[in-house]
Design a protein around this ligand. Structure first.
Ligand code: ZN
Length: 180
């Protein structure tokens, strides 16, 4: 068995993500359980996996990703003007403001967006990922590494953490029969 990171391995990392321009931390596993994921199944942004390939337990690395290797560029098509009437109840119960982050319930599932403009008739919603169009710097420490099981490879996700932490994922995992 290889001890270097490659596809179909379960990698455990501690990480801190910062915005290179401002130094602002946008996400970190510090003070939490480390992040565990299966390599090669599009669970992570593409550049993150690429930078980890071939690394070993104990490696500490820092890298900066361009937007196309992270959450992509901002797309104009993802900025949509919505008539206020469509907000109905929501608008009555909360006073909307620019900068509010809300979740739209669309046929294919929940879609988070940010309110970027308001006028009397319309709400302009930005459905781009909050980190779209941004370069991201990551400091990563490889904590553990093992080969994925056959069922993990088939399901494309890690089983042990999802099945034990009581998250909503554990339910779908149960349905698939992968936790028994
Ligand atoms: Zn599963």
């Amino acid at each position: 068995m290889s001890n270097k990171i490659q596809n179909n391995m379960i990698v455990t990392v501690h990480y801190t993500g910062t915005l290179p321009d401002s130094g602002e931390v946008f996400d970190s596993s510090e003070g939490r359980e480390p992040l565990k994921f299966i390599v090669g199944h599009q669970q992570m942004i593409p550049g993150f996996e690429r930078e980890l390939m071939g690394r070993e337990v104990g490696d500490k690395i820092e890298f900066t990703l361009l937007p196309e290797d992270a959450y992509g560029d901002k797309e104009e098509a993802a900025i949509i003007k919505i008539p206020r009437a469509q907000f109905g109840q929501l608008e009555e119960s909360t006073s909307l403001e620019v900068g509010f982050q809300l979740v739209a319930q669309l046929p294919h599932g929940p879609a988070p967006f940010t309110v970027i403009e308001l006028d009397e008739e319309h709400i302009t919603a930005d459905f781009n990922h909050a980190l779209a169009g941004k370069s991201l710097t990551f400091n990563v420490e490889v904590v553990a590494l093992r080969t994925a099981t056959q069922s993990e490879i088939m399901h494309g996700h890690v089983h042990e953490s999802e099945c034990n932490d009581g998250s909503s994922d554990s339910k779908s995992c149960d349905k698939g029969g992968c936790c028994s």
